[in-house]
Design a protein around this ligand. Structure first.
Ligand SMILES: Cc1cc2nc3c(=O)[nH]c(=O)nc-3n(C[C@H](O)[C@H](O)[C@H](O)COP(=O)(O)OP(=O)(O)OC[C@H]3O[C@@H](n4cnc5c(N)ncnc54)[C@H](O)[C@@H]3O)c2cc1C
Length: 569
C-alpha cells in the first residue's frame, strides 16, 4: 500500500488507498484501544429471520418480540445502533437488500417468512464512543487504514448520512448535560447563560433538564434528535426560531476532533473559520463533534393554538388561503409552528392569551365551521408544551419515509396578492395531484436580529417565512420500481417549488435527497468558502457524506446503495 505522510500538529496524516480493508489484527487492535467497545453489527430485526446475510440463522423469538414492540418507537430506535428513524437507510435500496418489519403491523410474520435479512447500509463495525480518547483512537485508525466511516448520533438523518461505510462512530452514549449561568467561551471574557450538551444527548433529556433549571432551550420538534449532532451543525430550526434564531445562531462553542487527530475547542476566538463552517456547513464534514454549548433563555410561558378538522377535497384550499394570508402578521407577532391543510399547532411567547385568541380567530372560526376543534391556551413552559403536544403525538418512525422541502421567501409569497395565490396554488396542486399534504413550518428566524456573516447556512433562511416540506411513505416491502416512482413524486413536487422560487434554497437536513445543484440550494454564496475550509481541515477527504461540502459524488462506492436517480447533482 502506498502512503503519503505529512506531519500536522504532531500527528501523522496519511493518504491511503481508498476503501482500504483493515485486517482482523487491525480491528482487534482497535478494539483494544477503545476499551473493548468495538462491536460488529446486525440489522435491528435480524433475530426474526431464518436467513441472515445469506447464512442460515436461528430466530430468537424473545428478541424478535421486543423488536416488534419497539419498532415504531423513537426511544427504542434511538437505543439501538442498527436502527435509523427512517429504515430505508438501514437497507441497500439499489439492490433491495433489507431486513425490515412491516411498520403498519410489526408482528406481521410475512416480513420474515417471505424474506431474507440483509445487512443493507448498516456499517458492519461500530465503536460505542464514550470519551474523547475513543474518537482520537478512531481517527488515528482511520488515518492509518483509510477505512470508510460514518458518524451516527440518533439516526434521524433523512439522507442516510449516518449509515454507511465499514466503521461507524456511535455517539449516542456521550450524553452529558450541564448548565452555567456564566458560561465563557474559551479565549473570550463575556459570559452567557448556556448549556453544554454531549454529542448523543437527545432533546427530550435537554428539555427536562432545562425545565429543572428554569431555562428554555431553543431546539427541535422531536424527542430523539441529538441536540449536538446534525441539528446544530446544519441549521436547526425550532418553532421558537422566529424570535430566538436557528440552532446555529445560538451556538457559542463546539468541541470537535478534526481529521488530523487534533481535539479543538472552537468558537469566535479559537479557530473562528472552523466555528463559522460548523455553524451551518453541516455535520459529518469537518470532524467529530464531542459537544456544543448553546445560549439559553429564561423559562417562558407560551400561548398555544392547536386547531384541526377533517380535511376534504372542498375545505383544504380555504384553510391554506387563510394560512398564507395571516402568516406575515403572525410572523410579526412572534408566532412559530407547524401547519397543514387542516391542522395548525403554533406557539407564541410574546402575546397575551387575549391577543393570541384574537390573532388566530379567523382560523379558529374556519375550523369550527368544519366541525373541527380549536384550543387556545396558556402553558407555563416549553417542556409542558412539548410533553403535551409533541411527545404525545409521536411522529411516526420506523416507516420508510422520503422528505422533500424548500424555503419559501417572504417576498412576494406573503406580501403580494399574486405571490400569495401562486403559493396556495402550489400547495393545492400537491394535494390534488399526489394526495401529498404540505407540511408547513413557520420556523425561520423571521424576527431574529441576525449578525451578517456569522453562520454558513444558506442566506435564504434569512429572507424566508416558511419551509414547506412533505412526506412520501414507502411500504416496507416496496419494489425497486415503486421506490423509483415514489422518489419521482418527491422530485416533481420539489421541482414545482424550485420553479415557484428559483432563487431560494433548501434546508440541508430536510431537503429532497436528490436535490439538484445542492451546493447552491443548501449554502448559496457560502459554498466556495466552505469548500476551502473542508480542504483545509480534511485534506485527504477521510470524511464524506451524501451532498455534503466537498462530496465525492454518487459514483463513490460508499453510495452504492443509493438509487440512481438522474438529476443534476
Ligand atoms: C421526526 C423528525 C423530526 C425532525 N424535526 C426537526 C426539527 O424540528 N428541526 C430541525 O431543524 N430538524 C428536524 N429534523 C431533522 C434533523 O435535525 C436532522 O435529521 C439531523 O441531522 C439529525 O441529527 P442527528 O445527529 O440526531 O441524526 P444522525 O442521523 O445520527 O446524524 C445526522 C448527521 O449528523 C452527523 N453527525 C451526527 N453526530 C455527529 C457528530 N457528533 N459529529 C459530526 N457529525 C455528526 C451524521 O454523520 C449525519 O451526517 C427532524 C428529523 C426527524 C426524522
Amino acid at each position: 500500500m502506498f502512503f503519503l505522510g505529512i506531519v500536522i500538529h504532531g500527528f501523522l496524516l496519511r493518504r491511503v488507498a481508498a476503501s482500504a480493508t483493515p485486517t482482523d489484527e487491525q480491528w482487534a487492535q482497535l478494539n483494544q484501544t477503545v476499551g473493548g467497545r468495538l462491536y460488529t453489527s446486525l440489522p435491528l430485526a435480524a433475530s426474526c429471520f431464518s436467513t441472515v446475510n445469506g447464512l442460515p440463522s436461528t430466530p430468537n423469538d424473545t428478541e424478535c418480540t421486543l423488536v416488534q414492540q419497539g419498532y415504531t418507537q423513537p426511544d427504542f430506535r434511538f437505543a439501538h445502533y442498527s436502527a435509523h428513524m427512517m429504515p430505508q437507510w438501514e437497507t441497500c435500496q439499489s439492490t433491495v437488500q433489507r431486513c425490515l418489519l412491516n411498520s403498519n403491523d410489526p408482528s406481521d410474520p410475512a416480513a420474515w417468512e417471505d424474506n431474507e435479512c440483509w445487512q443493507g447500509a448498516i456499517a458492519p463495525y461500530y465503536i460505542d464512543v464514550r470519551s474523547e480518547d475513543d474518537v482520537l483512537e478512531a481517527i488515528s485508525f482511520i488515518n492509518e487504514t483509510g477505512v470508510q466511516f460514518s458518524i451516527k448520533a440518533s439516526g434521524h438523518d433523512y439522507k442516510g448520512r449516518s449509515s454507511f461505510g465499514s466503521l461507524s462512530l456511535w455517539m449516542r452514549n456521550l450524553d452529558s448535560l450541564s448548565y452555567s449561568a456564566n458560561f465563557t467561551p474559551e479565549g473570550g471574557n463575556a459570559t452567557y447563560p448556556a448549556i453544554t450538551v454531549g454529542a448523543g444527548t437527545p432533546f427530550e433529556d435537554v428539555y427536562s433538564f432545562a425545565e429543572e433549571n428554569n431555562i428554555t432551550v431553543i431546539g427541535g420538534y422531536h424527542q430523539t434528535i441529538a441536540a449536538s449532532g446534525g441539528w446544530v451543525q446544519a441549521g436547526g430550526h425550532s418553532i421558537l426560531s422566529p424570535i430566538y434564531g436557528l440552532g446555529v445562531d445560538r451556538v457559542l462553542q463546539y468541541k470537535i476532533v478534526t481529521l488530523d487527530g487534533v481535539s479543538r475547542t472552537v468558537n469566535e476566538f479559537q479557530d473562528p473559520d472552523l466555528f463559522w463552517a460548523l455553524r451551518g456547513g453541516a455535520a459529518s464534514t469537518f470532524g467529530v463533534v464531542l459537544e456544543s454549548s448553546m445560549l439559553v433563555e429564561p423559562q417562558m410561558s407560551l400561548r398555544v393554538a392547536s386547531i384541526s378538522f377533517n380535511q376534504t377535497a372542498d375545505n383544504a384550499r380555504g384553510f391554506l388561503e387563510l394560512l398564507v394570508n395571516n402568516s406575515y402578521k403572525w410572523g410579526q407577532e412572534g408566532w412559530g409552528g407547524h401547519m397543514g391543510p387542516a391542522t395548525l399547532i403554533n406557539v407564541n411567547p410574546l402575546l397575551t392569551l387575549e391577543e393570541a385568541q384574537a390573532s388566530v380567530q379567523p382560523v379558529v372560526d374556519y375550523a369550527l365551521a368544519q366541525n373541527g376543534t380549536a384550543v387556545i391556551e396558556d402553558l407555563p413552559s416549553w417542556q409542558t408544551f412539548f410533553a403535551k403536544y409533541v411527545e404525545s403525538a409521536e411522529a411516526s418512525v420506523g416507516v420508510q419515509t422520503i422528505l422533500g422541502s424548500r424555503l419559501i421567501p417572504t417576498d412576494p409569497f406573503f406580501t403580494d396578492d399574486d405571490g400569495k395565490e401562486a403559493l396556495v396554488d402550489l400547495m393545492v396542486k400537491m394535494v390534488d395531484t399526489y394526495a401529498v399534504n404540505p407540511y408547513i413550518i413557520q420556523g425561520t428566524p423571521f424576527l431574529y436580529n441576525y449578525t451578517e456573516g456569522t453562520t454558513s447556512v444558506t442566506p435564504a433562511w434569512r429572507s424566508s417565512l416558511w419551509q414547506i416540506g412533505f412526506h412520501e411513505n414507502m411500504a416496507y416491502n416496496a419494489t425497486l420500481e415503486t421506490m423509483y416512482a415514489q422518489y419521482e413524486i418527491v422530485n416533481n413536487i420539489t421541482s414545482w417549488m424550485r420553479e415557484l422560487a428559483p432563487n431560494s434554497g433548501a434546508y440541508f437536513n430536510e431537503a429532497n435527497p436528490y436535490e439538484p445543484d445542492h451546493e447552491v440550494a443548501f449554502w448559496g454564496d457560502n459554498y466556495p468558502a466552505l469548500l476551502e475550509l473542508k480542504n483545509k481541515y480534511d485534506p485527504f477527504k477521510l470524511l464524506d457524506c451524501w451532498m455534503c461540502v466537498g462530496w465525492q459524488g454518487p459514483a463513490d462506492e460508499r453510495y452504492s446503495c443509493y438509487l440512481n436517480i438522474s438529476s443534476n447533482y
